[in-house]
Ligand binder design. Structure first.
Ligand code: ADP
Ligand code: MG
Length: 612
């Protein structure tokens, strides 16, 4: 009599096992992105059709595979990432089980195109339900593309179990963002139904977070930095006022791997105790670095739960470091400006969506901080606290970081429209009074008196608006009826050409006729009578003063704003005064012009009573 027990054929075993690893399209996205990271890629592109139900494609520029490995990678327990059981306790890679591709191939149509970095030619393999359909050389760039179609085609129960496109798509975005937040140094892109959803060039961490979760978050992040023998923690927590009623922006990473942990979440909530309104959740982006031997990532097949050997100590470290950081922020709310190179000119102008200029409101802004009310330029510096100076107040000359840090703080998630007509959501009661025959007007804000220099106020507001605009899309230009010509020295011509792309983006359309520059269009904001002076100023800055390239935009925008603010001149009605003051108070640096001149002074009631 023969026994009744049989080994399941591989494809059935794979199909069953697949259920554990691949629950939905988002799991495929995660596995393929992680493989791309393990392959040392610096750029990873994810293309999705119909929430992954029709197609998931992940392309990387990593090491690629030789044909032999390209075939092997679909075998169960085929991995290049561990050799012995010991390796399991010192994992530095995302994958190690060798299950993902076997699982995916068991339940979908898979096309793999890959070329190893040392190979001249690539290999293309098509799999369908664990069967090899095609395997032949192909032309391919170095790296790997996996294309997954018809997910769960042979597991109807699973396919029917999938939720609506909107829900499945949300899962994909979640996985994508977790991976992108864990690896700010890698360039990621995500496209859905031919629409670009994320384009995230390699960045410093803070900028990556801001790119992923929304630009308005930037000035709401408090940095955390803690080094201990057990763990190092770095990252950011949201300021208490940024807390939300819905959970969501809560991210923990260990050794660049996303994980969930209710115990650590509890620690973080405790650190916020007393600072949050009821039912609000803090946001956090915390990155732990620990010796891989001290964690066990093997707990769960999808690996979002991780066991820490010393979780109690880490709990205490979390509470204390977050409390400390929040305390520091309370005392000096503006000290968390990082001067990082990633905030230079935007990485790529090309793909920036066009947005209208916006006004953004600085929630930390306190109009009753002293702006050096009684200060003259010479003693102004002393009247600012270090925190305020760190923001740029009190500086006579702006440094190049000023307008770059502006990029950090000036962006809003939602497009709003034009500047002066826009009422910022500041809880201020603003009214204005004209002071006849003077460049000043008096503003009355929540019972305090502000004396405002109107041309300078226009300069600040226009500068911020224009710089913001410039960072998002090319500045509008207008063609000149009669092109403006000017003879240039060889150096002037060379420097102009070096900066041509930037100047073009700022609205100047030019070409050279021998050594003559011919300017056929200028920024539309530039008034006819200012064109000449503005061009001369630009030449002066780029050839004579030789400002840093990253400062050219600052100087040109400043010139344009000067032209505009001179044109506007004094305010001529109470409404104009109020609009200007409202816009000014929404600026990050309402106290000073971009070139360091005082815009406003406040007179307190104590000061006023002294006059009488
Ligand atoms: P694991 O990641 O756990 O090793 P997978 O099934 O995800 O298992 O992948 C199997 C193997 O295929 C990997 O170990 C790796 O050698 C290879 N591989 C998968 N994806 C890529 C890729 N994008 N680039 C290069 N090699 C890859
Ligand atoms: Mg893997």
């Amino acid at each position: 009599m023969s026994g009744i027990i049989q080994l399941l054929p591989d494809h059935i075993a794979n199909q069953i096992a697949a259920g554990e690893v691949i629950q939905r399209p988002a799991s495929v996205v995660k596995e393929l992105m992680e493989n791309a990271i393990d392959a040392g890629s610096s750029k990873i592109q994810v293309v999705i059709k119909d929430a992954g139900k029709t197609m998931i494609q992940v392309t990387d520029n990593g090491t690629g595979m030789i044909p032999e490995d390209a075939l092997k990678c679909f075998d169960r327990h085929a991995t290049s990432k561990i050799q012995s059981a010991d390796d399991l306790y010192a994992l530095t890679t995302k994958g190690f089980r060798g299950e993902a591709l076997a699982s995916i191939a068991a339940i979908a149509h898979v096309t793999l195109r890959t070329r190893h970095l040392n190979a001249d030619i690539g290999q293309e393999i098509e799999m369908e339900g664990s069967q090899i359909r095609r395997n032949e050389p192909c032309v391919a760039p170095i790296g790997t593309t996996f294309e997954i179609k018809n997910l769960f085609f042979n597991v109807p129960a699973r396919r029917n179990f999938l939720k609506s496109d909107a829900i499945e798509w949300n899962h994909i975005v979640d996985e994508f963002e977790r991976v992108a937040l864990a690896h700010p140094d890698i360039h990621f892109a995500l496209t859905h139904n031919n629409q670009e959803v994320h384009e995230l060039p390699s960045q410093v961490l803070r900028k990556r977070i801001v790119d992923v979760i929304g630009k308005s978050s930037n000035d709401k992040l408090v940095p955390i930095e803690e080094e201990t023998a057990i763990v190092s923690v770095h990252g950011f927590v949201g300021k208490p006022e940024a807390a939300r009623k819905t959970r969501g922006q809560q991210f923990l990473f260990v050794n660049n791997r996303f994980f969930k942990d209710s115990y650590f979440n509890h620690a973080i909530v405790r650190a916020f105790e007393g600072l949050l309104p009821a039912k609000h959740h803090p946001s956090y982006f915390l990155y732990f670095t620990v010796d891989p031997k001290r964690i066990d990532v093997n707990v769960h097949p999808t690996k979002t739960e991780i066991k820490f050997e010393e979780d109690r100590s880490i709990y205490a470290i979390l509470v204390s470091s977050i409390r400390q950081a929040l305390g520091k922020y309370n005392i000096a709310p503006t000290l968390d400006f990082e001067q990082e190179t990633g905030f230079d000119l935007p990485h790529s102008f090309k793909n920036l969506p066009a947005t209208e200029p916006v006004i953004s409101v600085d929630p930390d802004f306190n109009p009753f901080r002293s702006y050096g009310a009684k200060g003259t330029a010479s003693n102004r510096d002393k009247s600012f606290t270090p925190a305020i100076q760190a923001e740029g107040f009190g500086k006579k000359q702006p440094d190049s970081a000023d307008w770059q840090s502006f990029y950090q703080v000036k962006e809003e998630e939602e497009n709003q429209t034009v500047l002066l007509s826009n009422e910022p959501d500041l809880d201020l009661n603003v009214s204005g009074v004209l002071l006849l025959d003077s460049p000043f007007f008096a503003g009355y804000v929540n019972n305090e008196l502000l004396i405002v220099h109107s041309i300078r106020a226009y300069l600040r507001v226009t500068y911020d608006q224009l710089m913001h605009h410039f960072l998002h899309s090319p500045v509008a230009s207008q063609a000149l009826l009669f092109p403006f010509e000017r003879a240039c020295s060889a150096a002037e011509k060379e420097e102009w050409l070096v900066n041509e792309v930037l100047l073009n983006r700022l609205g100047f359309v030019t070409h050279f006729d021998e050594n003559n520059i011919v300017i056929s269009a200028v920024p539309s904001l530039l008034h006819a009578e200012s064109i000449h002076e503005c061009i001369e100023q630009i030449f002066d800055k780029i050839t004579f003063t030789k400002v840093e390239k990253s400062d050219v935009a600052h100087h040109v925008v400043l010139e344009l704003s000067r032209s505009e603010s001179k044109q506007k001149g004094k305010v001529s009605s109470q409404i104009e005064a109020e609009e200007l003051l409202t816009a000014l108070l929404a600026a990050k640096e309402p106290g000073l012009t971009p070139d360091g001149k005082t815009i406003l002074s406040n007179i307190s009631f104590t000061d006023l009573t002294r006059f009488f």
